[in-house]
Design a protein around this ligand. Structure first.
Ligand code: THU
Length: 130
């Protein structure tokens, strides 16, 4: 199964009673392991979490910290694009050339990279004494 198929499958488990917008994310780590996440909303709206954040948390919990490939899929009419916070979260664990495939459950696809999604990313290099 391809990574985008994994993302489509986990998208079905999203908990999105408030937005009715389900998102699934699949991350392949450099180890080869695949980690999944979906958005999980909350009645206290700001407490909801994005699919990408869930997949990243699963990856770190699974013992991986290097991303090789990302796929994100949603039910919208055009391919989803990760929110700003998720771009920063992905950049924490991925080189700029890491491929990101974005899609809809209807079959639309757009290919990009972590670097293209977050040009000029704030990184460890900007920290004092880094
Ligand atoms: N969402 C994601 O899961 N990932 C994104 O990158 C954008 C937005 C979710 C959050 C919320 O549950 C729903 O989509 C609507 O914003």
């Amino acid at each position: 199964m391809s990574l985008i198929d994994d993302a489509a499958k986990v998208c079905r488990n999203a908990y999105a009673p408030y937005s009715d917008f389900r998102v699934g994310a699949a991350i392949r780590a450099t180890s080869g392991a695949v980690y999944l996440g979906c958005n999980v909303e909350n009645v206290a709206y700001p407490e909801g979490t994005c699919a990408e954040a869930g997949a990243i948390a699963a990856m770190v919990a699974g013992g991986d910290t290097k991303i090789a490939e990302v796929a994100v899929i949603s039910e919208g009419s055009q391919p989803i694009t990760p929110c700003g916070g998720c771009r920063q979260k992905l950049a924490q664990f991925a080189e700029p050339d890491v491929p990101v495939l974005l899609g809809t459950t209807g079959g639309a696809r757009v290919s990009t990279t972590v670097g293209a999604l977050l040009p000029g990313a704030f990184g460890a290099v900007h920290m004092k004494d880094a």
